[in-house]
Design a protein. Structure first.
Length: 152
């Protein structure tokens, strides 16, 4: 693996033309949010969504953007809690457009637009409190990003 490529404990879903990178500790619902985003596309709440990777993904800066790819050994696999591992269609690579941090200690009721830096790339960040509905918050963010943050 190149020095610029990092393995990250996260899930990623291509939602529209940009990926949502979902981070959080074990058991915070990364796979559940990924599945919910896929379900939102199936019901028309999102125009398109496809799995990039679950549990572990690789990120790499490229021309000022952050590219996310599935870990090769996990490509197309997702954990469905209570059911087991399932195989899904997946994207081989996507440009990250939003970072979602689940069970974030610094989540606020009315947050200011936030950013995070991964591998030298500034990205919009959504901090989700442990008791919040992450799907609802991500869908609202994707539909109407906060002032100052580029639309996905």
């Amino acid at each position: 693996m190149s020095a610029d490529i990092a393995s990250v404990h996260a899930s990623a879903v291509l939602a529209g033309n940009r990926a949502v990178l979902i981070r959080g500790a074990a058991g915070t619902g990364k796979s559940r949010l990924a599945l919910a985003l896929l379900g939102a596309a199936a019901t028309g709440m999102l125009r398109f969504a496809r799995l990039v990777g679950d549990d572990r993904v690789h990120v790499e800066p490229c021309h000022g953007r952050l590219v996310v790819r599935p870990a090769p050994s996990l490509a197309g696999l997702i954990e469905v809690r209570g059911v087991g591992i399932r195989r899904l269609d997946y994207e081989e690579a996507a440009i990250v457009g939003l970072v979602v941090d689940l069970a974030a200690e610094n989540a606020e009721r009315l947050p200011q637009p936030g950013e995070t830096v991964l591998k030298g790339v500034n990205l919009p960040r959504l901090a989700v409190a442990a008791n919040a509905d992450p799907l609802h918050l991500v869908l609202v963010f994707l539909a109407a990003p906060a002032t100052g943050i580029k639309s996905l």
